[in-house]
Design a protein around this ligand. Structure first.
Ligand code: GDP
Length: 193
């Protein structure tokens, strides 16, 4: 318990030498209620892609075709802020890419996102892993507490990509996951060069 199947799947490594095309682990981070599960459910349910397989609780495998190349992602919605230490470290150690989600209607979730970015940087210091900062719930216009400019500025400071989404309106969700794939490929191609 706690790992939610992470340990069981730790042999699904995609970063061992020469197996780049296999499977990338994408870990979702962020406060409860910001929309992580909604985003991944939409992604896993997006039509015209390979039927996703639910690989145990909160972990989804999906194949994305981006720029005429297929890439398999294992998306992990396993982050639980209250579970310190083991489960946390596991999440922070095992991702090939990270999606840090906050809600644009909740400033404290934006602050948590910054803290998560700092934690990630500390844990994976030497590694150049793709990180995407996501401001979700843009449909709730009147409740907005974090402006798009603030989100963008934060991403610049933290040297990561940025996108605003609405899981409710299905806005920018496909773009988010395609962006993750492109970021992973940039690093793959860079490391091969
Ligand atoms: P998680 O705890 O981060 O996984 O968040 P959930 O995906 O469970 O979402 C928490 C609540 O926010 C649910 O009631 C969702 O329906 C709602 N929600 C998620 N994304 C959006 C969004 O983009 N817009 C709106 N209006 N509600 C959202």
């Amino acid at each position: 318990p706690g790992d939610k199947g992470l340990a069981r799947r730790s042999n699904w490594s995609s970063d061992s030498a020469g197996s780049w095309e296999s499977l990338y682990r994408v870990v979702l981070l962020g406060d409860p209620g910001v929309g992580k599960t909604s985003l991944v459910n939409l992604f896993a349910g997006v039509p015209e892609r390979d039927v996703p397989e639910l690989l145990g609780e909160d972990t989804y495998e999906c194949t994305l075709s981006v720029d005429d190349e297929e890439t398999k992602l294992l998306v992990m919605d396993t982050w639980e802020p209250d579970e310190k230490n083991r489960s946390h470290n596991c999440c922070l150690q095992m991702g090939n890419a990270y999606i840090i989600v906050y809600s644009v209607t909740d400033r404290s979730s934006f602050e948590s996102a910054s803290e998560l970015r700092i934690q990630l940087r500390r844990t994976r210091q030497a590694e150049n892993i793709p990180i995407i900062l996501v401001g979700n719930k843009t449909d709730l216009v009147r409740c907005r507490e974090v402006s798009v400019e603030e989100g963008r500025a934060c991403a610049v400071v933290f040297d990561c990509k940025f996108i605003e989404t609405s899981a409710a309106l299905q806005h920018n969700v496909a773009e988010l996951f395609e962006g993750v794939v492109r970021q992973l490929r940039l690093r793959r191609d860079g490391s091969e060069a």
